[in-house]
Design a protein around this ligand. Structure first.
Ligand code: URA
Length: 178
């Protein structure tokens, strides 16, 4: 991992407390990618430890996929002020770190529009593409990518919750050893 914990590649460095590094099993074949750290993540330096993280933990547990058997990361590693969506130039500045996270993986689970659009280079309508399998090129690698709902959508919306649950189930079916 070459993430620079003192990174100053974009404006998000001015207001963040901590750069949020990936967590879980960094060698896992599966990586879950979110949008950006929120307040709790910014303070702790760990991804998905706030309300959305608790929803993700709950679904992972209910579907029998241990959180420490997968890698969890974000599209941008620093909290955008007021939890606004990261801007395109911030996503681009952080892209080298994200690509480093993804290298060698067999499956990328993109949670929410920001993660999906960053990696598919296309606007997405989640209802149309959730739980379908795409393939992206990363250098010489081809890696499968599954779009799904963000855990914060799953907090508010039953369709999103069941969509994210289905994704976790698909991961468990494909990687029963996890
Ligand atoms: N939302 C995200 O996308 N990532 C986090 O780490 C927390 C909330």
């Amino acid at each position: 991992m070459f993430l620079d914990l003192d990174c100053e590649l974009c404006r998000l460095c001015h207001e963040r407390t901590k750069v949020v590094a990936p967590s879980g099993d960094l060698a896992s074949p599966v990586v879950f990618v979110g949008e950006a750290p929120g307040e709790k993540e910014d303070l702790s330096g760990k991804p998905f430890v706030g309300r959305a993280g608790r929803m993700l933990d709950r679904l992972l547990e209910e579907e029998g996929l241990p959180r420490d058997s997968i890698m969890i990361t974000n599209t941008v590693k620093c909290r955008p002020p007021g939890n606004r969506r990261p801007k395109a130039d911030e996503v681009l500045a952080c892209r080298l770190y994200l690509e480093d996270d993804l290298r060698g993986k067999q499956l990328i689970v993109c949670m929410g529009r920001t993660a999906c659009e960053g990696l598919l280079n296309n606007q997405v309508v989640m209802r149309d593409c959730a739980n379908q399998t795409f393939t992206i090129a990363l250098g010489r690698e081809r890696i499968d990518l599954v779009p799904t709902y963000h855990p914060s959508a799953a907090l508010r919306n039953l369709e999103a919750r069941e969509g994210l649950r289905r994704t976790i189930r698909l991961v468990k079916e494909r990687f029963p050893e996890l």
